[in-house]
Design a protein around this ligand. Structure first.
Ligand code: SF4
Length: 373
């Protein structure tokens, strides 16, 4: 909505009547009931990269090493794929849900491409309405992207750690080689060969906050307009000391807005912040709306705890453990993250950044429609 949709009086912000009526007419305030059971499946817990901030690391890498210690290795087998599909079918029947959605995750899910494709095919008969992969993109060659798309994949999410020099220092292989060019080459070719849509996450810290315009331009050139979205995110310290000096300040908000505007000019979209309650895995206790499933069949409430035995809340064969057992292990998004500012600072930051992105996308859309007519 445009900024003019809100008025402020004595520090209290309210929607103007026209905006309220428009939203009400579009059923915006009507609670919606999800009909979809959502699963995240880790097809492989190992990774070909050694990002030192990865929440699946067990500590920082040793001095001079690019291979931080990671969670236990597990690989999804064909047998487990069938058991996961049977588990999803049982959950859908139990909660009267009619659709399923799949997110392929790792480690690096493409270290097990067969498992990824089998999982996609196994969920097709369960009315799979959404299928996405979060990959680092290094192994996503155009022929593999085409096979995944044929198996039902619709969207790819890839993370960058800044423009080429920064990305190649931070997002390295486990023997220290840069990955920027390989990823960019893969996504440009795969975008030509398939109709997949793309979501780029850019992790931001004081190590890479300068020079991001080059990354946005490279992505804009690699992607046909209208096929990609961009999410700028501050890197979190999840407990082992990855320091990020960038916080929710007005200066950083200006930087985000300028980068968003550049991406919008390239034909990308900017998703606005989601409320935490939207998470299908952690927001409903006991796995009624969705599940995070490790490559060994163990169940978790969150991506961040997946693969750590002490956080398991059940398994796909026996189902969830009793409520008193899983309650202490049921964690929600962001449970272990050190904040980048106070909640007021975060709110002011996202209000400003989100509103500016919506205004820019609205203006560009109006300009495009005007040019066509
Ligand atoms: S590519 Fe992803 S899974 Fe692999 S080390 Fe980096 S953040 Fe972790």
């Amino acid at each position: 909505m445009p900024l003019a949709a809100v008025t402020e009086e004595a520090g209290v912000r309210t929607l103007v009547p026209e905006a309220y009526t428009a939203l009400k007419d579009q059923q915006f305030f009507k609670p919606t009931q999800s009909t979809c059971y959502a699963i995240t499946v880790l097809t492989a817990t190992a990774c070909n990269l050694g990002c030192s901030y990865c929440f699946q690391n067990l500590g920082l890498p040793a001095e001079g090493s690019y291979a931080p210690p990671r969670i236990r290795t597990a690989v999804l087998t064909s047998d487990l794929v069938d058991k996961i599909a049977a588990f999803v079918e049982r959950q859908m029947r139990r909660f009267a849900l009619t659709e399923s959605s799949l997110l392929l995750f790792g480690g690096e899910p493409l270290l097990n491409p067969l498992g990824a494709m089998q999982m996609l095919r196994a969920l097709q008969p369960l009315n799979m309405v959404s299928a996405e992969i979060i990959t680092n993109g290094v192994l996503l060659t155009p022929p593999l992207a085409a096979k995944l798309a044929a198996a039902g994949l619709r969207r790819v999410q890839i993370t960058f750690d800044g423009a080429r020099p920064d990305h190649d220092r931070i997002r390295v292989t486990r023997n220290g080689r840069g990955t920027y060019d390989a990823i960019l080459r893969n996504i440009a070719a795969a975008a030509q060969d398939t109709d997949l849509t793309w979501h780029f996450r850019v992790n931001i810290s004081h190590h890479n906050v300068e020079g991001l315009e080059d990354l946005v331009d490279d992505l804009g050139r690699a992607m046909p307009p209208g096929r990609a979205s961009l999410h700028l995110a501050l890197i979190d310290d999840v407990g082992f000391g990855y320091v990020n000096n960038v916080g929710y300040t007005a200066r950083v908000a200006d930087r985000f807005i300028a980068l968003h505007n550049r991406a919008i000019e390239h034909g990308m979209t900017i998703p606005v912040s989601k409320p935490l309650t939207a998470c299908p895995y952690c927001s409903v206790f006991g796995g009624d709306a969705g599940a995070v499933i490790n490559a060994d069949g163990q169940l978790y409430s969150c991506w961040k705890t997946a693969g750590r035995d002490e956080w398991s809340v059940g398994d796909i064969t026996s189902g969830y453990l009793p409520p008193d057992k899983i309650r202490p292990r049921w964690v929600a998004c962001g449970y272990d993250i050190k904040s980048h500012g106070t909640s007021e600072q975060a709110r002011a930051f996202f209000d400003r950044v989100d509103a500016a992105a919506l205004d820019s996308m609205y203006a560009r859309r109006s300009a495009c429609l005007g040019a066509k007519s």
